[in-house]
Design a binder for this molecule. Structure first.
Ligand code: GUN
Length: 291
């Protein structure tokens, strides 16, 4: 048996097709959803992600602009730029690419973004709404994973979902979403992290494993039960002199080893990544839609 390889690019395309009428209707009302992306510094992976976000926004007819600031930008200046974007009515969504340089406080920056424009769903007001089960901007990677599962026929409802990684961007919000008493969630959730003594003893009980640890080979075939579904959130660069760029991208899961044991698995690249971008576009359109 070889696993179903879940195609994130195809599922993202479905989502763009569903969005196109909404974007058209907004344009007829004179509204072009606008996303402002702020990038500080020269982190190569961040530059690639921001470029992909900008490109996709342009492709689907949204307006977007990337503000690229130098590495040595002081926090006060960044907060000033966010304030300008908050007060600009033509800007519907604001995204500050993380991680930020160490001298800038991420919580301060996230708190400065107007919650109504916080298309990442990271502002404490939006996090609070998420925890309370209220309508809000769902963080892009977690909601992308949820859509990936549902649309490929692996609903998390009543399943045991084990999340490896507790980051504020992926693991923590995804776990909160999955345990809610809602359609397309309602799962039993276990969160494993660097403080967990024996991750395999938990992941072997999972129907669905989400691995978002930021480390290659965090999940191997001996750590899952036969027929599990594996969602790999990792994007790690590993040196590869044979590759054109001198490196290749690998996930957090041992893809080849897991192929024979799992029912379904996401590839890296082409799994979760395209879904994160699709959900960012969904959130930007939502931010631009008058209530
Ligand atoms: N860095 C990695 N993932 C994300 C994300 O979803 N949003 C932001 N702002 N930064 C990130």
């Amino acid at each position: 048996m070889s696993a179903h390889i879940i195609n994130g690019k195809e599922i993202a395309k479905e989502i763009y097709a569903e969005m196109s009428d909404k974007i058209k209707t907004l344009k007829e009302q004179g509204i072009v959803p606008h996303l402002s992306v702020v990038l500080v510094g020269e982190d190569p992976a961040s530059k690639v992600y921001v470029g992909m976000k900008q490109k996709k926004a342009d492709q689907i007819g949204l307006s977007s602009k990337t503000i690229h600031l130098p590495e040595n930008t002081v926090e006060e200046n960044l907060l000033g730029i966010i304030d300008e974007l908050n007060n600009d009515d033509s800007v519907h969504g604001i995204l500050v690419q993380l991680p930020l340089p160490k001298h800038i406080s991420e919580p301060n920056v996230i708190k400065a973004i107007c919650p109504d424009k916080d298309v990442d769903g990271f502002h404490p007001v939006n996090r609070g709404k998420l925890v309370s089960g209220e309508e809000t901007f769902l963080p892009c990677t977690p909601s992308g994973i949820q859509q990936l599962l549902i649309r490929s026929g692996y609903s998390p409802e009543r399943k045991h979902v084990v999340v490896i990684g507790r980051s504020g961007i992926v693991g923590m919000p995804f776990a909160i979403m999955m345990m809610q008493k809602k359609k397309e969630a309602n799962a039993t959730v276990t969160i494993c992290h660097t403080g967990t003594r024996d991750i395999a003893s938990f992941s072997r009980q999972a129907d669905i494993v989400i691995v978002a640890a930021g480390r290659p080979n965090t999940l191997t075939a001996d750590m899952v039960k036969a027929g599990a579904v594996v969602i790999d959130v990792g994007t790690n660069r590993v040196d590869d002199p044979a590759a054109k760029r001198g490196y290749r991208l690998v996930g957090d899961a041992d893809f080849d080893g897991l192929l024979e044991k799992t029912a379904a698995i996401t590839p890296v690249p082409g799994g979760v990544g395209p879904m994160t971008i699709a959900m960012l576009m969904v959130n930007t359109v939502k931010a631009a839609t008058p209530i």
